[in-house]
Design a binder for this molecule. Structure first.
Ligand code: UDP
Ligand code: MG
Length: 319
């Protein structure tokens, strides 16, 4: 199969049929073999009934239904597990992404060697204050911390080579950073394509302003995890030792001063150095312990993927 189109959705009953028909017409006029996988992230409207209906009419339509709303990342994760196409397209269900872009995205992955192509909504039809400006800032920060040169990390319309989606774990709210996850997993041919963007036709956005706060926190997490996730002691241990030495230095200084230089001077507990020393040593010990606990946690976690095999000779790790 050439194409798998994964569509995460939450309460998008008004758009589904129109979106389906549009995708099908693009698939047919380009003679693609394809599947459309709707992942219903716990809709409470009639979305799932419509998907059931569509799949009765069109055998290319598949569906996954979550018991409740688990979030877009989880929907994508489930979709990625289930697909079997050579190229995977993700798109939003709200008709903001244009299916006409699919053939060119497919071409970039199959013929130009890209492992991931992200859409870039160069001209956006969203609110300027609440979306466009914060999103520019957010993309700038993501570029700076990750080194991935994209203008629009969070664009719902993306194309992936099969290897990419089978080897990354989209969890939490990390759907905003899939290109970074891909880069950290070792996929470096990441490209970008300017795509058409429409204003939301029906319904309203499912993410409020908290998206930006969560987005920046997730960016910190991903930065930390990609650098120190496998070796927390190198960060916490170093900081801990540094803090402890600072504290210890002050303690030595106070001790020498009290014993040999100024035995009848101020009480040690009256001096600021005493408190600096105390706090620095306590924080240092704690940081050091955080490093230790981190290392223990890593070792007790077994099921997580530590590496990705790309080729093999005479072994059978890859199925
Ligand atoms: N979505 C989802 N689960 C959620 C929130 C959103 O599957 O918990 C879907 C939503 O139905 C849409 C896509 O993710 O297909 C993007 O959401 P939305 O259009 O609300 O985001 P925006 O375009 O405002 O960034
Ligand atoms: Mg949208």
């Amino acid at each position: 199969m050439q194409l798998s189109i994964v569509i995460p959705l939450l309460n998008e009953e008004e758009s589904l049929e129109e979106l389906h028909d549009w995708i099908v017409s693009v698939m047919q006029s380009n003679h693609f073999s394809y599947e459309i996988l709707f992942v219903d992230d716990g809709s409470t409207d009639s979305s799932w009934d419509i998907i059931t209906d569509l799949s009765n009419r069109n055998p290319h339509v598949k569906g996954i239904h979550f018991l409740r709303n688990f979030g877009k990342s989880q929907a994508l994760h489930a979709g990625f597990k289930a697909v079997s196409g050579d190229v995977i397209i993700t798109m939003d269900a709200d008709l903001q992404d244009n299916p006409e872009e699919i053939p060119e995205l497919y071409n970039m992955v199959t013929n130009e060697g890209y492992e991931l192509v992200s859409g870039w909504k160069k001209k956006r039809y969203d609110s300027i204050i609440f979306k466009n400006t914060p999103s520019k800032l957010f993309n700038w920060a993501a570029r700076r911390t990750s080194g991935v040169r994209l203008h629009d990390f969070n664009c719902g319309l993306k194309a992936y080579a099969k290897d990419v989606v089978k080897n990354i774990e989209v969890s939490g709210e990390m759907h905003r950073y899939i290109p970074v996850l891909a880069k950290n997993a070792g996929f470096s041919k990441i490209g970008e394509k300017v795509v058409q963007h429409q204003a939301r036709k029906y319904g309203k956005t499912k993410f409020g302003m908290e998206r930006f706060i969560n987005g920046f926190l997730d960016l910190l997490t991903i930065w930390f995890v990609s650098r120190f996730g496998k070796r927390p002691m190198h960060l916490f241990g170093a900081l801990g030792v540094l803090m402890f030495l600072i504290g210890f230095g002050f303690a030595i200084y106070l001790g020498i001063d009290k014993l040999f230089i100024n035995p009848f001077g101020r009480l040690i507990t009256d001096r600021p150095q005493f408190y600096i020393s105390l706090i620095a040593m306590v924080i240092g010990t704690q940081l050091f312990l955080a490093g230790f606990i981190g290392e223990i946690l890593i070792r007790s976690k077994k099921e997580e993927k530590r590496y990705i095999v790309s080729e093999e000779l005479n072994t059978a790790l890859l199925e």
